[in-house]
Design a binder for this molecule. Sequence first.
Ligand code: SF4
Length: 409
Amino acid sequence: MAKRKRVLSGMRPTGRLHLGHYFGALQNWLKLQEEYECFFFVADWHALTTHYEDTSSVAESTLQVAMDWLSVGLDPEKSTLFIQSSVLEHAELHVLLSMITPLSWLERVPTYKEQIENLKDRDLGTYGFLGYPLLQSADIVIYDADFVPVGEDQVPHVEVTREIVRRFHHTFCLHIDDALGLPGNAPLRKQIGDALGVDLFIPGPQHMLVELPWPECRAKLRARIVEIGFDNAMTKLSSHQGKFFRMKRVLVEPQPLLTQTPRLPGLDGRRMAKSYGNAIWLSDPPEEIRNKTRNMMTDPQRQRRTDPGRPEVCPVFSWHKLFSPPETVAWSEQGCRTAGIGCVECKKAMADNLIKWMEPIQTRRKELEANPQQVWGMLDAGGNAARTVARRTMKRVRNAIFKWDEARK
Ligand code: SF4
């Protein structure tokens, strides 16, 4: 069976999750876990990049997030679910990548400036905050992730990761012998290889062909030649003028997996967010759901029961489309436009269907709440599985940088 492509995504430990999280991410994760090999993690270190002063709720919030994941149907048999800080290799890779990442690359990540503008009450003048896109890169790269599910605004984060991977390869994975790895150039390769006393270029699936501009190519060669003390090589190579290098592939360049999410406005019509106080939590009991939806915003032009309404601008109708059966959606639309129904009954019908939709999620959640140790155990097991993969990557990374294997031969 063909190996499934790998997907990585994470979520900060914000505590209980709401419907916005479900439709913005979890619904997509549920689909992805059927098609890909998925790694989903609670990003507890990322939480510190903006909220380092108060860590009192991180552990409890991690548990709440994990319970919601399991409640909606993320399956530890299909996906690896774990806590970021249980795999220390993320931090090691972050440090190593930080050595080659220009500051300007981090400063130009759009969300960096945006967040500094928007989170004025936070101390964001820390190295941790500037470096968070790099920590994200380490999170992705350490699992050889092929894809990262993102919205349009997150694409630059994946792009910076791809640039860092390329820079890593160019810095640590090019060799003079690889420079001679042109097909059909075997005699020259052998001649120089013999003089150097090394086996030049072993082709294999772990290599890729890259093209460098000649000046850069020559600079790499010159540096390597000085290193190995082979003075005549430049003469031979300058007549060659080849600019293709074989490069050992140590890390995977991830691709963004663009995700379309359905529109789910909050109770007040704005984006659903904890800070706006306009959310329905996946764990809200039915009475709470009824109370909250009773005060939900509707079409502002529908002032009286006799005014016809515009369902397309009403958040209640957006919710109907997600939670109600087609006949109820049609009833709401028709009744609204003709003033045949009132907003109170329209909201009540929507709330009934929402409560029904939430029922299986909440039943599973109650079982998990009764046994939190089971949830911690699942996260620990996921951490062990993730660590196995991360350690393999780090072995390749350390060898590429420090050439431990060569030194120990
Ligand atoms: S009838 Fe329903 S869809 Fe129309 S404005 Fe009222 S709540 Fe919204």
